[in-house]
Design a protein around this ligand. Structure first.
Ligand code: HEM
Ligand code: HEM
Length: 187
């Protein structure tokens, strides 16, 4: 499969970014836990929290690289569909990118403003706090992070449902553009 996207399909690199992000976001979501700081930062939860933070930071790095790659790559041609549906799909993609950036950033700055380091790889790599400590602001950011964490699941769920609707009901190629394939005619 070619690295770059074609008129018919996202390329291998764009697909790898997409599907790796899906796995990381879902796993980070499952490991994310709210509640008071005494619970979030309890020593017996340290490993789970670090796994959550590591996956989330990877999502941030991947998203930055993905957007850089997207700027150099093309995107597949629009598939014929009602104009409003096309606009809605582009809006949802934009919103997903915003969430993929805002979700880790609110968490990282939330933790730092609360006075906690971000601990990567099971605590091997603690980073920060690299900001001043302001508990109230940190708590607000942590709250926003929790809300955005739930929001991305809903938006991504809607996005996935739309992809399946295109495939099984409208019977167009939308889903195929994000699945591996070789030739220009294997629609
Ligand atoms: C795609 C990435 C991420 C997703 C989907 C995600 C999702 C979540 C969810 C659903 C919660 C539970 C919120 C609640 O029930 O109140 C949570 C909490 C938390 N996450 Fe993330 N998260 C991500 C990235 C990160 C990153 C990069 C960090 C690094 C600092 C982080 C640190 C935290 C912390 C510290 C909490 C506890 C928040 C609190 O104080 O209430 N998360 N996350
Ligand atoms: C956490 C979950 C997900 C996130 C964050 C996500 C994010 C995105 C983003 C940002 C794009 C736009 C790509 C671009 O043009 O740069 C996209 C495209 C796409 N995604 Fe997802 N996605 C997720 C899950 C899924 C799932 C589960 C499916 C399939 C059931 C799916 C199917 C697609 C398809 C078919 C496209 C191409 C649509 C088009 O270009 O019109 N996605 N996704």
């Amino acid at each position: 499969m070619p690295a770059f996207s074609s008129r018919l399909r996202y390329g291998a690199v764009a697909q790898l970014f997409h599907w790796t992000t899906v796995v990381l976001v879902i796993t980070a979501y499952l490991l994310g836990e709210g509640g008071p700081q005494s619970r979030v930062y309890a020593p017996e939860r340290a490993f789970t929290l670090s796994a959550h933070e590591t996956l989330g930071v990877l999502v941030l790095l991947l998203t930055v690289l993905r957007l850089a790659w997207r700027a150099m790559d093309r995107t597949p041609d629009n598939i014929p569909m009602p104009r409003l549906m096309l606009i809605a799909s582009r809006a949802v993609h934009g919103l997903l990118y915003v969430l993929l950036l805002a979700l880790p950033l609110t968490a990282i700055f939330g933790a730092w403003f609360q006075g906690h380091p971000v601990t990567l790889f099971g605590g091997v790599l603690p980073i920060g706090p690299l900001t001043a400590v302001d508990g109230a602001f940190g708590n607000s950011l942590a709250d926003v992070h929790g809300t955005l964490g739930n929001a991305i699941l809903w938006v991504a769920g809607l996005h996935a449902a739309a992809a399946l609707l295109h495939h099984f009901v409208m019977r167009d190629r939308v889903l195929m553009t994000m699945l591996p394939g070789r030739s220009a005619t294997d629609a």
